[in-house]
Design a protein around this ligand. Structure first.
Ligand code: PEP
Ligand code: MG
Length: 579
């Protein structure tokens, strides 16, 4: 039995067999081979091509001919590439001449070709680079074979253990079987953590070397309340945890009972509790847990667990499904936040050196107008189905916000020309996630219908601390005085401009920050659905007067440690179970 300690990012207990997976990012290091290994490597390449061709032929045959042949066509293109003898020759020549492994040669040659395609001005041809990356992945999957495990075809409950998980991987999990997550890397607001919380499965990150200490098939206990992973527990420990898990479920059940009660403070102030979602079906969970709408719909997840880019119809269907659950309650569609750790890097020939400071989010959209307009068209079309709002992420200056709004107006004109109905008065808001947006909130607020503070990014950009890097996770804190001052500024500026302001970062899901946020003037909170009952319980136990006093005291403090301790003590008095 071995016990490892990490950061608890999603509560709950899980006991299951573990499945180790490694990164979907098939970047292969250069490895040399001995001259005598040449023939074997060349044979491996032949086998990989043969198996990939076999798979694709089966996939192609299984496709429906009626669907305008689209998917079938993609497979046919991939097959043509794989049948091309000159491609195989370039790869085997590289193994021969440079004495490198088959996987390295495949990766180098295919990335060279993809790069060549992506530089061609014609959009149709440049987009073929994506096909080449897909072919590369398929070949590498064959070459790396049993070293990788397949998470798409699970048949029993597992806990996933990985060095780190990309949003694409977490989005593709079969939720029926994945019962817990544990990663070597990551922080509280890394996307693994966010997805795990949304799915309501326990998760622990920053376990440093867990993947080196376990083998696939080991039994593990994931204690997402305390941040502990127990590898190969003895019988007594399993029994103890089974009992603890039952107690935890009872507590959750008890809190669930308050779901139908309003989120009103003891002195009568109504707080609006909304949910953050990644997938349409989570909208139902928001309502089950007592939420009143969606404050953040992370629509980029629509791109992450599929083989091809979503069409306008795919967007519309996802929004319509979500609105179908919510009826006339608010649904805030956050336009796609791709880039950084999501989606775009694997499609680039050379990854960006600083992706979180790079072509991410609204910046990516403003450079990929076709994609952006498809989403806006669908969101506007869905706007007549309920109370839809549109929110632009990672706005860092007024010009960017004006540009995004202008594109939205362009799409509105297109809809007018097509005689398609949409809500002409749709609310348009922005996320405040950068210090520059926070410091100019008074200007931005003049052109926005609402602001939503994205503390996950605001913290990382304010403190220069990567939100997913376990090495600096101790420095990542919403309780830092610099972060709190920016939050206060944004709230004050929104109040002056008389527009709504909410918090939708993970800070709003953490019990210890609720009194402070209320004291700073927040009246709308959007959070991960499973935490709604706990947060509601806190709201119902406090008065605004208490919260104002607490906020005043906190703003007079100068260190994160002092603030954290004070907030924990204050919250513990109200909801001891939260700790
Ligand atoms: C945030 O940054 O706080 C936020 C809510 O957006 P995301 O976590 O999706 O980056
Ligand atoms: Mg963000």
């Amino acid at each position: 039995m071995e016990i490892k300690k990490g950061i608890a990012v999603s509560p709950g207990i899980s006991i299951a067999k573990l499945l180790i997976i490694d990164s979907e990012d098939y970047r292969i290091p250069r490895r040399s081979i001995m001259p005598v290994q040449r023939t074997a490597e060349v044979q491996r390449i032949r086998n990989a091509f043969k198996d990939a061709i076999g798979q694709l032929t089966e996939l192609e045959a299984a496709q429906d001919d009626t669907e305008e042949g689209k998917i079938k066509d993609i497979f046919a293109v991939h097959l043509r590439f794989l049948h091309d003898r000159s491609l195989r020759k370039r790869i085997t020549d590289l193994v021969d001449s440079k004495l490198v492994t088959a996987e390295y040669a495949v990766s180098v040659i295919l990335r060279e070709i993809a790069s060549h395609f992506s530089k061609i001005k014609d959009a149709y041809i440049s987009e073929r680079a994506t096909d080449i990356y897909d072919i590369e992945r398929r070949l590498l999957r064959q070459l790396l074979g049993g070293k990788r495990e397949d998470i798409e075809h699970l048949t029993e409950e597992v806990v996933i253990v990985a060095r780190e998980l990309s949003p694409t991987q977490t989005a593709g999990f079969n939720r029926k079987f994945v019962k817990g997550l544990a990663t070597d890397a990551g922080g509280r607001t890394s996307h693994t953590a966010i997805v795990a919380r949304s799915l309501g499965i326990p998760a622990i990150v920053a376990l440093e070397d867990l993947t080196e200490c376990v083998s696939g098939g080991d039994t593990v206990i994931i204690d997402g309340n305390r941040g502990i992973v127990i590898v190969n527990p003895d019988q007594a420990t399993i029994q103890q945890y089974e009992a603890y898990s039952r107690e935890f479920l009872l507590l959750e059940h008890r809190l669930d009972e308050i779901r139908t009660k309003p989120a009103i403070t003891r002195d009568g102030t109504k707080i609006t509790l909304l949910g953050n979602i990644e997938f349409p079906d989570e909208a139902e969970l928001v309502l089950q847990k007592g939420g009143e709408g969606i404050g953040l719909y992370r629509t980029e997840f629509l791109y992450l667990n599929r083989k091809s880019e979503p069409t306008e119809k795919d967007h519309y269907q996802a929004y319509a499904e979500t609105i179908g659950f919510l009826k006339q309650r608010p649904v805030t569609i956050r336009t796609m936040d791709l880039g950084a750790d999501k989606y775009t890097q694997s499609k680039r020939f050379a990854p960006e050196p600083n992706p979180f400071l790079g072509l991410r989010s609204i910046r990516f959209c403003l450079q990929n107008l076709t994609m952006f307009k498809i989403q806006l068209h669908a969101a506007l079309r869905a706007s007549v189905l309920g109370d839809v709002r549109i929110m632009f992420p990672l706005i860092s200056n007024l010009q960017e916000m004006k540009q995004a709004t202008m594109i939205l107006r362009d799409v509105m004109e297109d809809l007018d020309e097509e005689s398609i109905a949409y809500n002409k008065n749709i609310q348009i808001g922005i996320m405040v996630e950068t210090p520059s947006a926070a410091l100019t909130a008074s200007t931005l607020a003049r052109d926005a219908d609402f602001l939503s503070i994205g503390t996950n990014d605001l913290i990382q950009y304010t403190l220069a601390v990567d939100r997913g890097n376990e090495l600096v996770s101790a420095l990542y804190s919403a309780a830092d005085p610099a972060v709190l001052r920016l939050i206060r500024t944004v709230i004050q500026d929104a109040h002056k401009a008389q527009i709504d302001v909410s918090v939708c970062g993970e800070m709003a899901s953490e019990p210890e920050y609720i009194m402070l946020l209320l004291g700073l003037g927040i009246r709308t909170i959007s959070l991960t659905p499973p935490m709604i009952p706990e947060i509601k319980q806190i709201i119902r136990s406090v008065t605004i007067q208490d919260c104002n006093n607490l906020a005043r005291t906190i703003l007079g403090m100068n260190t994160e440690r002092q603030i954290t301790r004070y907030l924990r003590d204050a919250t513990q008095k109200i909801l001891p179970e939260a700790f």
